[in-house]
Structure formats: structure tokens, C-alpha cells
Design a protein around this ligand. Sequence first.
Ligand code: FE
Length: 365
Amino acid sequence: MTIQPDSPTKLPRYSRQRMRLNQLAMCLILAAPGLGVQAEEQVVNLYSARHYSTDEALYAGFTKATGIKINRVDADDAGIIARLKAEGSASPADVILLVDAARLWKGETEGLFLPIQSKPLEAAIPPQLRAKPTADGKTAWYGLSTRARIVVYDTAKVRKEDVDTYEKLAEPANKGRVCIRSGSHPYNLSLFGSLTEHMGAEKTEAWLKALVGNMARSPKGGDTDQIKGVASGECAIAITNSYYLARMLRSSNATERGMAERVGVVFPNQSSWGTHINVAGGAVARHAKNTGNAVKFLEYLAGAEAQAYFANGNNEWPAALGIKLDNPALKAMTGAGFKSELIPINTVGMNQVRVQQMLDRVGFK
Ligand code: FE
């Protein structure tokens, strides 16, 4: 057989064939397990519901430590879940970050996550802050930071002992005083799901009904608006996630700082089951193409550097134990610390459907 080059600039056909074979062999080597060769592209595609600008430093820290680039899509929890469902197996998502236990549970039950096994994650994150293990010992999602659902109040109108438990917010003494965002917001679904665990469904529904009767106004706005409602005198009592108050306490805006300093703060249920704790957490996406990098990213977020950052950057608490905190606003709010509930966070998510039915029955918008 005579072999002629197609043109002076092209390789002879046999060379091209050999190259293709070489390339194929290389692909097979790269794809073969156990050779320690990283076949994945060095990226991780992140769908994040974390709406905190201070998180940029977290992502930059990961890329610096690993060389893995993060492509990020931001949306809220519901938007991310809807998008994953619509994309199905074509989804480019590798890692999902959601900011509430009820949403993490929903993502898990809808099969949107790929359960994983990771020694560093298991060592770092306490069992009550992660999904229930699967039959084969894997975990669908991990809580990465915690936030408390606390009470703020107008110290001129309300005595601390009238609001030091969630139960008391629904008592007649607090009629016309309470401000809270929509009952169907995940932060509230999780709080009410937690109360259902502690008090039972019947008592929780009665409590919700009485709470609606105690409202100063129809539910509106976010948590920060409730804090401002207390500071402005429209509300005497409000429920908020802890980091919104801490953020205002650390604000560069003197008016915001003043409002936050004016309100009283209570971490409810210190003498019973403890204050309700929610999580922001992460999972590997069911159809992840960069699984190894996805696990690495979650492990990074559970590591000491990122965990300290959750506390000091976005005013949350680390999910991992033994992390040193340096956050004056959290210190001012909690003093020597506080007692948090210890129920498994996945049970809180599980209750959300019945909680929503209760809300509909009692007219909690
Ligand atoms: Fe939030």
C-alpha cells in the first residue's frame, strides 16, 4: 500500500490513524478507575440558593486551594429545585447549596441528590445536621451552617419573660403584638415542623391558630422587615433568623445598627428543648458530571477554614464542632452561648406537608 500525504501540512493517513488510536488509548487510561489520574475537567458547577454576598470569599478559597473553578448559578431554593427537575439527566449541576432544612428534605425526596460517602464530611458534621443515612450507608445532604430562629421584642412594651418560649408568643398577653413573615416561607415551615416534633401536631395547630390571632399585621416582608417593624414600633414582637439581626448589628449604616441595638433579643425555650435551629446545606446533584470535584467542594465547605467563614462572614454558626469564632455580633447576641434543639433536622423537613395543611386550616398566609 502506498501512503501519500494529503498535503504537505497534513500528516500521512497512517499517522493520523495511529494518533487516533493513541488518543483512544489515552482516553481509556484516563477513564480507568484506580490509576489516580483525574479524568474530570477541573470545574464544579454550582447551583446556589445562598443569597449572601460575603460567600464570594468561600468560593475563591476553594479555587485557590484546589485549582478547581466554580461556575455558579444563583436562584432561590424553589427555583433551583424546579430547574433541576426540568433539566433532568441533562442538568450540568454538580453541587446544590440550599438554605433550609425543609428544602433540603424536598430535594432529597424528589431524587435530585446523589447520596455520597465521605469520611471528612462524616467526621465534621454531627449526625443530627444531615440527611438520614440511606440503606447502603450514604448521605444525601449535609448541613454546613446553622442559624437560630429567634425572637426580638420592644423592650418598652414587652417583658422578656412574656416571650422566652415559642409557646408564649401565642398567649393572650401578646395579642396584637406579633410580626412574622409568611407562614409558608421555608424558614417558618421548618420552625413549625420543629414545634410539631416537640409538641405534637394537635398542639402545634392550636398554637398556630392563636398566633394568627396575636398578629400585629398580616404577614409581609422578610425577616429584616420584621426586626425593623419592632424598631419602628409597628410590631412589639417579631420572629427572625439570627443572622439578619447580626448583620444589622454589624451594619455600616448607623440607622440600621441603631434599630438592631434598640430591640431586645431572646433565644427561646432555654429551659425546655432549646431554640429551633435550621441549616443551610449542600448535596451532590443526582446527575453530576464532576462528582469527584463536587465531593471535594462539599468537603472544603465542611473544613475549618470555610466553617469559620460561615460564622464570621455571614453571621451563621459552623455546623462542624470545635471551630473558633470571632464574631462580635454573635457574641453580643448570645453571651455565653445558648441551648439549641437536638432533634434530627431531617424530621423537621419531613413535617412540612402537614404543616402547610395546618397553615391553610388556620388561615396563616
Ligand atoms: Fe435568609
